[in-house]
Write a protein that binds this ligand. Sequence first.
Ligand SMILES: [Zn+2]
Length: 150
Amino acid sequence: MGKKRASHLVRQHEKVVNRRRDWFWKLAHQLTDQFDVLCFETLKLKGMQRLWGRKIGDLAFGEFIEILDWVAVKKGKLIVFIDQWYPSSKTCFHCGHVLEKLELDIREWRCPSCSSINGRDENASLNIKRVGASTLKLDGVRQVFPATVV
Ligand SMILES: [Zn+2]
């Protein structure tokens, strides 16, 4: 590969990275305008991928979180990260029963304790919200960052 071609490729890559960063800023502003408190399950990229409608890597997620943090502090919004090992999908939001396991393709399950029908994503997001809210109350901290993300 000639020098010219190599530098062309570097420029192309820079363009892609810059475009992605612009989009991170936009998304960060959009989310912080829309919500006062944002709760994330750390390192679980599934939710973010759904939100973004495309595949992203760990690195891009870390970059986005940095940008989001900066914007949130500026606007006085809160970001809470939930322990990535917290079983948000397997815990019944209604009674707290924890399933031993829940296969990935199960979208809905009936709680063996209280008979509630739980939609996988809805139940998980309710649990994340609850844990996020209680984290804020208990610790009195504005933000909780696990060392693994930042
Ligand atoms: Zn239950």
